[in-house]
Design a protein around this ligand. Sequence first.
Ligand SMILES: [Zn+2]
Length: 387
Amino acid sequence: MLDPAWLLVLLPLAAASGWYIARRDALRRQTQAEFNLPSAYFKGLNFLLNEQPDKAIEVFIKVLEVDSETVEMHLTLGNLFRRRGEVERATRIHQNLIARPSLSKSQRIQALYELAQDYFKAGLFDRAESLFQELADIPGHAESALRYLSQIYEQEKEWSKAVSILRQSEKQLDKDNSKIIAQYYCEMAEVALSDGNTADAHEHIERALQEDSQCTRAVILLGEVEYRNADYGAAVQTWSAIRKQDPRFLGEIIDKLLEAFRHLEDDRALEAFLNESLEEIRSPRLLIAKVKELRGKNGDADAEAFLTEWLSENPSITGFRYLMELRKADQDQLTDRDRILDNVLASTIDDNAGYICQQCGFSGRSMHWQCPGCKGWTTIKPVDEER
Ligand SMILES: [Zn+2]
């Protein structure tokens, strides 16, 4: 069976043959070489149909030597190979095109653009980078070239270069990239934090907040820097603000926030914050934090009593499973029926995601600031497991 993708090549080829025959009729006194063009195409086509693409490429490249007006077809063919994942073949076609001195300026630019994409797809980022940099100054190609360059720097984790590219795109294309630039600074802050350098991290976070004052990730990181510097009062203040700014993320930092409260030895403030947050947001993660707090302070019986009452008004699978946990701790309380129910719930909950991308639907069990699916920034949000 012929791969339907080849139809994309066959159609322009058929058109070209028609064009050629018309041209041949008009110019009867042509050289022998040009009269060979259609037969060469049919020969190349034949190789394609027989799934011998390398031989087909040889034939098409020879035809190109005869007549450079077939450039479009070579671009189509190369594009098709790349989309099928046959990047080496695409690269050969495009390199061959660029080597032709007869190409017009716009044809050369188009071929360069195609070749840059081949290198990108093959993971040859150094080569792709230099071609895209060349293309970034050419009107009509700038937007796409800058987008590819930012993707290259993101993958290589070259955050300063990524910032420069987005700034260039802001100037050249009048775009607002501030939210993504803020994320790049957060990436740099995380690198600094993992090196134990809170001073550098703090600088990056300030830049992130200058770009995007509503950047939740920067606020989370700022609290982290303050916590590591043992400035627990500041950490409590910074992290508490997330409840208003983006309540979905409070569950992400609640354990650390409570830890900071404990360092301040202000039990009443801790309890007040936790109760208010739970009333306001009612997320299972806050519920668990509250029950753990009760468990540590007053023991299992008190925690279980609170949880049972809460669940009767706010049913939640996560809460119910924690109740099972509490009962497991006291084996006598767990009946066989409880155990079966717990297993069933465990299997459903594993299939659900804790985090979902609002752009592409990617879901996973851990938080990513850049979606692994669509590469969008801050598109992933925490979700309650039972939803
Ligand atoms: Zn996504």
